[in-house]
Write a protein that binds this ligand. Sequence first.
Ligand code: PLP
Length: 379
Amino acid sequence: MKLATKFIHAGTEPDPTTGAIMTPIYQTSTYLQSAPGVHKGYDYSRAGNPTRTALEEAYAQIENGKYGLAFSSGVAATDAVIKLLEPGDEIIAANDMYGGTYRLFTKIFEKFGLKFHYVNMQDANNIKAHINKKTKLIWTETPTNPLMNVVDIAAVAKIAKKNKILLCVDNTFASPYLQNPLDLGADIVMHSATKYLGGHSDVIQGCLVMNDAALREKLFFIQKSCGAVPGPMDCFLVLRGIKTLHVRMQRHCENGKKIAHFLRNHPKIKTVYWCGFKDHPGYTVAKKQMRDFGGMMSFELKNDSAKEVKRVLSSTKLFSLAESLGGVESLINHPATMTHASIPREERIKNGLSDGLIRLSVGIEDADDLIEDLKKAIR
Ligand SMILES: *Cc1c(COP(=O)(O)O)cnc(C)c1O
């Protein structure tokens, strides 16, 4: 089945009781039992809810996986994966990833006796030096946030398989429209559905998708035991978002390409980070594992004084200065003080994330209007 058809029909069956074409919002916490323990598959909404079931089925289908699990946020989904581990276990994580993931690892999980190694995964071979008997998980993200570095998922998966280590890929930036990590050998795909899957900046949610039934049972047990589940209304919103993922992503990609080239040709701009440029270090791998290059990018001004960076960030009218990404509307962001403020400055600079870096989430407005807006701000 082609992507457009899949995204529209994923998880959606007409409601068996009423024939409703759209999945009803089952706003209930509990369910009738005809005798103790005898029910129609649902007993309590932390463990399961029909709206969530429809969405979890959709998550599985859009990532070419067998099982989907929905969480109350992207970090809650990440949290569930780490809870598969035991004290003393070691994790190899990408050195350039979402700040909230880094914060969860360093500030919450290190104190429970887990050890994280942060590695530049643009060369998958860098992982090998950190593997030992205690290594249980490799965590990566590609393209990375916000520097748009690309990790070769198939190459990392090969190393993970050979050493019997679980591989989880945060696929938030690419979305399943651009890339499907399970097909490339990952064991788990994680999404912040808050971003492209929801697509309208109106919901916080996360998900995990996998193929292995035993792994699904473990993660389901964590999901219901820890309780970070989304409500039925939020599940409905993401189900609705997924139906237009294909057309939105098409436009994000078209606009992204136009704006990346506009920025690159701008005399006041020093560097543009976008993995669709042929001279981008990750271009070959991106071309191999992604269907297109998306609408996320970042750049540095030639004059990167704090004052000028701040001026540009507060001068755009169509690009709203805000955290998050992947919605229909364009956003501009300052990673150093906003999305990535939880990473210590020294660590951040070491990984190439400068104080002056500006990130764009290019929306699906008219590209010419967006370019006009940037022209007025960058002068
Ligand atoms: C936003 C984001 C997350 C966290 O998801 P939330 O829904 O905000 O909890 C994780 N990874 C990436 C790449 C993100 O952009």
